[in-house]
Design a binder for this molecule. Structure first.
Ligand code: UDP
Ligand code: MN
Length: 652
C-alpha cells in the first residue's frame, strides 16, 4: 500500500512538473511571437524569399534613402522599392559567358516564370513528325520570346542572352592609334553607370566589358546607380552578383531621377578624379579609357567622348562608326553624330587627333569631377529623359569648357528600337527643350519654337522655372548663344525666317504642304506633298540668297533634278549656281526656279501630265507619282503657294 501510495505521489509530482514545463513553453512561445510581430510591424511586409544555394558575403550595397538634393527628385507616381516581387523569380546557375567572378563564385541567369510555359496538350505524333513539330514549336516559341523581349527592352534580349558577357569587339581603331603613347600617371576614373530597368545581359556585359578593358591602376570604381528599377532581376540578385565583383559598387535611388538626375547623384558619390558616364548597354574596346583620361588630364575643362560604335538592336552585330565624327544638334534641339570621312583626305591627322565637337552624346562622356560640379552638374530641372546632353554641351562651351571626340577611343552603344520605359508625360521632351531654349538661346530661341510648335504652345501656357540656372549662368560668366553659334558651331545655318517667306509651304490647289518624308537620308531625295502637320517639321526658309532651306538643320536646299524638285546638301558658301535659287512672287503665289524659269507645281497621285512640262529634254515623270514638279508657269491653284507662319516671327 505504502509502495503504491509512494508511486502515486511520484507520478503526481511528475505530472505537475510536466504541466509546469508545458506552461513555461507556452508562455515563451506567446512572448516570442508577440515580439516578432511587433518588430515586423515597424517594417513593410516582405515577400517570402526563395533560399539561395550559397551564403553570400555581405554585398557592398548602399541604399540611398533620400537623394540629397530635393530638386533632383521627380515624383512620377511609381511604387516604392519594396513593391518588387523578387519571389516571382527563379534563379538558376548559369554557365554562360562565365569567366572570372561568375564561374568562381557562382552566377545566375534570371528566368521569368511563364515566359516559355506551354499548356497545350499535343496529339501523339510519329517519330519524324515529332522532330519536325518540336522544331517548329521551338522556333515559334523562340520567335514569341524574341518579340516579347523586343517589346520589353527595345532590343532583342534573347539574342543578347546568348552572347558572352565577355565578348571582345573587333579592332576598329585607325592603325595610327597603335603608335599613340599615354602618360604613366593618368588620373583615376569612376565609371558611373545609371540604369533603369535595363536587361540583365546588357547591364552585366557593360560592367564586365569595363572590367575587362580598363587597367586596374586607372579604375577607381565602377559605380552602378539604380534609378528605381522595377524589374526583379535588378534587385537582390544584382546586389549579390555585384558584391563579388572587385571594384564595383551599387547604389540605389528611391526616387526616379531620370538620366541627368541619376548621373548627378552618381557623381556626388563617386571618388575618382574623372567621371565617365556610361549608358547601361555599352561594350568597350581595349584601350578606350587611356586616350580619354589623357585629354582630360591635359586640360581639366575638356569634356571628351569616344567614337560611339553601334550595336544593332536586332542582331547585336557590332558596327564600327566611320571617323572623323563629331556631335551636333539642330534647331529642333535634337542630337546627331555627324560623320565626315572626307575630312580625313584633307587632314590625315584627324585619324588620331581629337575633333572639336559642338555637342557630345550621352552614351559615354568623360569629365573632370570638380569641373563637372563647378559647371553645374546636370540641370536638376530636366525631366527623366531627353536633351540633357545638349544642355550640358551648350553650358560646357559657354561657361569656359570645351568638348571633343577622341578617335583612338571606341565604345559601342546599343541603339535601341524604342525606349523600354514609358515616359509619364507626352510633352516631357518638349519641356526639357524649353528649358534649354529659355536658359541658353537668347533671341535665337524663336528659331527653335518655329520648328517645334508643340514646344511653343506649351511655353505659352507655362514658363519654366529657370531662375537658379540663370543665376548659375551669371555667376559663371557664361557667354551668350551668339558667341556659341559663331565660335563653336559656325557650320550651323542660321535661318532668316522672314515673314511670308518662311513657314510651312502651303499649296492652294491641293490643300497640302510641301513635305520631305523621313528616312530618305541626309543627302536628299524627291520633295513630296502631304497633309500640313502644323508641328513645325515642314518648316522651310526662303532666304535672301534665294535658297529654300529645309529641315531642322537647314542643311538641305531645294534643287531641280529633271522636272522634279529634290533636296540637295546646301553649298557652304553663297550659291553662284542658280539651279539652287528660287524666287517667290507674292502676288501670284508662284515659286519660280531661277535657272529654268519654271514654276513649282504640286501633283497628287493620278495627276495629269502636262504636255509642255519638262523643258530641256528631261524625261517626263510618270503621272502616278506625287510630289513637287517644275512646270511652265500658269495661274493654276496647284502652282499657288504661301508660306504659313505657325509661330509669328516676333512671337515667343
Ligand atoms: N536611365 C536612367 N533613368 C531614366 C532613364 C534612363 O537611369 O529615367 C538610364 C538608362 O538606363 C541608360 C541611360 O540612362 O543607361 C541613358 O538612357 P537611354 O539609353 O534610354 O537613352 P538613349 O541612349 O536612348 O538616348
Ligand atoms: Mn542608351
Amino acid at each position: 500500500m505504502r509502495l503504491w501510495g509512494r508511486a502515486r505521489a511520484v507520478r503526481r509530482r511528475m505530472l505537475c512538473l510536466w504541466l509546469l514545463l508545458l506552461a513555461l513553453a507556452l508562455v515563451t512561445l506567446t512572448l516570442s511571437d508577440r515580439l516578432y510581430r511587433d518588430q515586423n510591424h515597424q517594417k513593410a511586409p516582405r515577400p517570402p524569399r526563395r533560399p539561395l544555394q550559397r551564403v553570400p558575403s555581405p554585398p557592398d550595397l548602399e541604399v540611398i534613402v533620400d537623394s540629397r538634393d530635393p530638386a533632383l527628385e521627380l515624383d512620377v507616381g511609381l511604387s516604392p522599392l519594396t513593391s518588387l516581387q523578387e519571389d516571382q523569380l527563379l534563379f538558376v546557375p548559369s554557365t554562360q559567358g562565365s569567366k572570372n567572378p561568375p564561374q568562381r563564385k557562382g552566377s545566375y541567369k534570371v528566368l521569368l516564370p511563364g515566359a516559355n510555359r506551354d499548356t497545350t496538350v499535343p496529339a501523339p505524333l510519329t517519330h519524324g513528325e515529332m522532330g519536325k513539330a518540336v522544331r517548329l514549336k521551338l522556333e515559334g516559341l523562340e520567335r514569341d520570346m524574341e518579340l516579347s523581349a523586343v517589346q520589353k527592352y527595345g532590343f532583342n534580349e534573347v539574342v543578347s542572352e546568348r552572347i558572352s558577357l565577355h565578348r571582345r569587339l573587333p579592332e576598329a581603331r585607325h592603325p595610327a592609334c597603335s603608335g599613340e603613347q599615354y602618360s604613366e600617371s593618368l588620373p583615376s576614373a569612376s565609371i558611373v553607370i545609371c540604369f533603369h530597368d535595363e536587361a540583365w545581359s546588357t547591364l552585366l556585359r557593360t560592367v564586365h566589358s569595363v572590367l575587362d578593358t580598363v587597367p586596374r591602376q586607372h579604375l577607381r570604381e565602377v559605380l552602378l546607380v539604380d534609378d528605381l528599377s522595377q524589374h526583379g532581376h535588378l534587385k537582390s540578385v544584382l546586389s549579390e552578383y555585384v558584391a563579388h565583383l572587385d571594384g564595383v559598387r551599387l547604389i540605389r535611388s528611391t526616387k526616379r531621377l531620370g538620366v541627368g538626375g541619376c548621373r548627378s547623384l552618381g557623381a556626388a558619390r563617386a571618388a575618382g578624379e574623372v567621371l565617365v558616364f556610361m549608358d547601361s548597354h555599352c561594350e568597350c574596346h581595349s584601350g578606350w579609357l587611356e586616350p580619354l583620361l589623357e585629354r582630360v588630364a591635359q586640360d581639366r575643362t575638356r569634356v571628351v567622348s569616344p567614337i560611339m560604335d553601334v550595336i544593332d538592336w536586332q542582331t547585336f552585330q557590332y558596327n564600327a562608326t566611320q571617323w572623323p565624327v563629331r556631335g551636333v544638334f539642330d534647331w529642333r534641339l535634337d542630337f546627331h553624330w555627324e560623320s565626315n570621312p572626307r575630312l580625313l583626305e584633307k587632314e590625315p591627322d584627324s585619324a588620331v587627333q581629337p575633333v572639336r565637337s559642338p555637342a557630345l552624346g550621352g552614351g559615354v562622356l568623360a569629365i573632370d569631377r570638380h569641373f563637372f560640379q563647378s559647371v553645374g552638374a546636370y540641370d536638376p530641372g530636366m525631366l527623366l529623359w531627353g536633351a540633357e546632353q545638349i544642355e550640358l554641351s551648350i553650358r560646357v562651351w559657354s561657361c569656359g569648357g570645351s568638348m571633343e571626340v577622341v578617335p583612338c577611343s571606341h565604345v559601342a552603344h546599343l541603339d535601341r528600337h524604342h525606349l523600354p520605359y514609358r515616359l509619364p508625360d507626352q510633352e516631357l521632351l518638349q519641356k526639357n527643350k524649353i528649358r534649354i531654349a529659355d536658359t541658353w538661346m537668347d533671341a535665337y530661341r524663336k528659331i527653335f519654337y518655329r520648328r517645334d510648335t508643340l514646344a511653343h504652345f506649351i511655353r505659352q501656357s507655362e514658363s519654366p522655372n529657370i531662375t537658379e540656372r540663370l543665376r548659375l549662368k551669371k555667376n559663371l560668366g557664361c557667354r551668350n548663344f551668339h558667341w556659341f553659334l559663331t565660335t563653336v558651331f559656325p557650320e550651323l545655318y542660321i535661318p532668316q525666317d522672314r515673314p511670308a517667306l518662311s513657314g510651312e509651304l502651303y499649296n492652294v490647289g491641293t490643300g497640302s504642304c510641301a513635305d520631305f518624308p523621313r528616312g530618305q537620308g541626309l543627302q536628299g531625295g524627291a520633295m513630296n506633298i502631304a497633309p500640313c502637320s502644323g508641328t513645325g517639321n515642314q518648316h522651310c526658309d526662303l532666304n535672301s540668297m534665294g535658297e529654300v532651306r529645309w529641315g531642322p538643320m537647314g542643311a538641305l536646299c531645294f534643287d531641280a533634278k529633271g522636272e522634279r524638285v529634290v533636296l540637295s546638301p546646301c553649298p557652304a558658301h553663297q550659291p553662284t549656281n542658280s539651279k539652287l535659287q528660287w524666287k517667290f512672287i507674292k502676288l501670284s503665289g508662284q515659286l519660280v526656279h531661277l535657272q529654268s524659269q519654271l514654276c513649282v507645281e504640286a501633283v497628287k497621285e493620278g495627276g495629269l501630265p502636262q504636255s509642255d512640262g519638262g523643258q530641256g529634254g528631261e524625261v517626263n515623270t510618270p503621272t502616278s507619282e506625287r510630289g513637287l514638279f517644275l512646270r511652265s508657269c500658269t495661274h493654276h491653284p496647284r502652282q499657288q503657294w504661301h508660306f504659313e507662319q505657325l509661330v509669328a516671327p516676333k512671337g515667343a
